[in-house]
Design a protein around this ligand. Sequence first.
Ligand SMILES: Nc1ncnc2c1ncn2[C@@H]1O[C@H](COP(=O)(O)OP(=O)(O)OP(=O)(O)O)[C@@H](O)[C@H]1O
Ligand SMILES: [Mg+2]
Length: 346
Amino acid sequence: MTIWREDGTSYRGAVIRVAGDASLGNNVYTVAVAMDIDRHLQFIGSFKRIQWWTICVVMCIAILVAWFAVQWGHIPIRRANEKIRAITASKLDTRLNPKEVPIELEETVASFNNMLGRIEDGFEQLSNFSADIAHELRTPVTNLTTQTEVAVGQSRSADEYREILYSNLEEFGRLKRMINDMLFLAQTENDSHSLALESVNLTDTIQGLFEYFEAWVEELGVSLRLKGQAVPINVDREMLRRALSNLLSNAIRYTQRGETVTVGLSQDEQTTTISVENPGEKIPAEELPRLFNRFHRGDPSRQCKGDGAGLGLAIVKSIVEAHRGVVHAVSDDTMTRFEIVLPRSA
Ligand SMILES: Nc1ncnc2c1ncn2[C@@H]1O[C@H](COP(=O)(O)OP(=O)(O)OP(=O)(O)O)[C@@H](O)[C@H]1O
Ligand SMILES: [Mg+2]
């Protein structure tokens, strides 16, 4: 079967050659049986055209639908992005709604919210800290200004000037202590890796501190006692001394004449515990964790001697945490005890 064109028409058919009878002169005849297929070809041509058009249109629709689907599916993500873009230091309370994003992103959004929460806490602490610093520095600076103004208001004798300078010196001393404490806190919190770890015999360290406080406790009529023992642990000697000295000075300050401050040492397989206990009034349980906040000074009615800045326990906490330990306070009707628990493998 072949297809051929003749006079503008297409044919499909078969052509055979047939040899004629010898009596008729051995002629060879060509016999063709064919069908006009123009109409079929036209039909197939238009069918192909329609098919191509259909494919093109369907593809365009599919692309459009896919584009819309992607855009629509991204709406919650874009909304979340807009919210995130709008977060500034003053809008840290913004939270994304995990129900508004695709299910695969729910966990990410929850983690993001948690992160925001932590940043918000840190930020709040930092801004409270700045406010506290300003507040704490204002009192001694105001005292100094007032005293100096009064001093220069009229001419005075050398003795009077000396007295005023002494009083100023006291305020300067307070300011210096406070600034040193704040610098120390900033350093231990930012640079916890620079601990000079060495094996420290706790009994010797505590005996050394008892000697350091000897004159003061004698004056106050308070006695100091060490109870228990512990194997040497790896700590930064100077830092631990500072932490214990802060606890001891508090305990001594809050102990009545004739009473005893007890430092206890104990250990188990993983930890060493150092406790500093003094007899005294109960501190309400809800206040105990707050004692470790910077510039926190207890209830004014309980607040007795001394005019500390309220940084002592914050320093204890940051030193203990730099050693990967924990510090907490317990108090009942008869005593208050601060406990430092340090890992033995530090
Ligand atoms: N042993 C204690 N008994 C009762 N209250 C205490 C004791 N130790 C601390 N506190 C309370 O905790 C508060 C905070 O103590 P912290 O040592 O941080 O500050 P401070 O002693 O007032 O000042 P600083 O130590 O900076 O000179 C104290 O003001 C006090 O109210
Ligand atoms: Mg103190």
